[in-house]
Design a binder for this molecule. Structure first.
Ligand SMILES: Nc1nc2c(c(=O)[nH]1)N[C@H]1C(S)=C(S)[C@@H](COP(=O)(O)O)O[C@H]1N2
Ligand SMILES: [Mo]
Length: 320
């Protein structure tokens, strides 16, 4: 594969001409309005590959999160949690190249009329790739702004025709200790499992991530397919998914199973409910340095307008 350095690549080479033209117009309009300065990097950085991955074509910018300063590609891909490759933040970047992401397929089963298997190539071809920017904050009290490439989980789920008994959606990561050396130790009960209530899963802000910074998902970030739920703590966003099941009962989730008093099923970002061992009222931004000022954490990570209705009437100190 030919790899070009970012400086060698013109945006027009990796974006179709129409999108490119629209982007030029948008950039001009943004410059005229003087909003360019709010954006962390040049807008074209969203589709300018790092040169380290495989560029994706025909991406559409949803303008979600426009104005947020993006975390750098290097920070997003070198400071990760992915226990299948070790418990250290640098382990995924060091070991995740061992994961073979092709061929790859996802089994969809449980309470649905049309269970089946879907191949990653089909997912990449069939579902509209929309470039989106989300802020992903983690329970470790650090946050990043990632220009994810992904599409709403609901588009994929609908194809399998969930029945009225489908109250939850459960997810599982691959188990293969040969490729994922962290699984040789029982630090967690493999496979890594996560779950959402059906209405959360169908929410348009819940996306299946297939890439970032305009390139296919780096292995350490959960290739080839991972969940992104921007109003929840990082651990809900399960990586390298091989199975999605519709269930009637609330599914068991990995972190809840390992420490139920610390990690709940909902895990909504909530500055008013502290983790038993630390405050969740403030967070640091990755890339600003270890001694940087902390930022106040917002309810539902700033997405309250879009998602607060899902939890109307629930006691969020109980359903943490
Ligand atoms: N399969 C799997 N998914 C996972 C994890 C993991 O260890 N294994 N870690 C979670 C946690 S704790 C966080 S904070 C995010 C980190 O995602 P990122 O590395 O892309 O920032 O992935 C989540 N998804
Ligand atoms: Mo996390």
């Amino acid at each position: 594969m030919l790899i070009k350095r970012p400086s060698d690549i013109k945006p027009s080479e990796i974006t179709d001409p129409e999108t490119y033209a629209k982007r030029r117009e948008f950039l001009k309009a943004a410059a005229a309005l003087g909003v360019g300065g709010l954006i962390g990097g040049p807008v074209s950085a969203l589709v300018t590959p790092s040169g380290q991955g495989v560029p994706m074509r025909g991406l559409v910018d949803t303008t979600h999160g426009d104005g947020l300063a993006l975390t750098s590609y290097d920070d997003i891909t070198s400071y990760n949690n992915f226990y299948e490759f070790g418990t250290g933040k640098e382990d995924p970047a060091r070991y995740a190249h061992q994961l073979k992401t092709r061929p790859w397929s996802v089994v969809v089963d449980g309470e649905c009329e049309a269970p089946g298997t879907i191949d990653i190539e089909e997912i990449l071809k069939r579902f509209p790739q929309e470039e989106r920017i989300y802020r992903l904050r983690c329970v470790e009290a650090w946050a990043m702004v990632v220009p994810w490439v992904g599409f709403p989980l609901s588009s994929l789920l609908s194809r399998f025709k969930p029945t009225s008994k489908a109250k939850y959606v459960a997810f599982e990561t691959l188990v293969d200790p040969q490729q994922m050396p962290g699984q040789k130790r029982a630090v967690l009960d493999w496979p890594y499992r996560e779950g959402l209530r059906m209405d959360e899963a169908m929410h348009p802000l819940t996306i299946l991530g297939t890439g970032l910074y305009g390139e296919l998902m780096p292995n350490q970030n959960g290739a080839p397919l991972r969940l992104v739920v921007p109003w929840k703590y990082g651990f809900k966003s399960i990586k390298s998914i091989v199975r999605i099941s519709f269930t009637f009962n609330q599914p068991t989730t990995t972190w809840w199973e390992s420490a139920p008093h610390e990690y709940g099923f909902y895990a909504n970002v909530n500055p008013e409910v502290d983790h038993p061992r630390w405050s969740q009222a403030r967070h640091r931004m990755i890339g600003e340095g270890l001694f940087s000022r902390k930022h106040p954490t917002l309810m539902f990570n700033g997405y309250a307008d879009q998602v607060a209705d899902l939890y109307r009437g629930m006691d969020l100190t109980k359903f943490y």
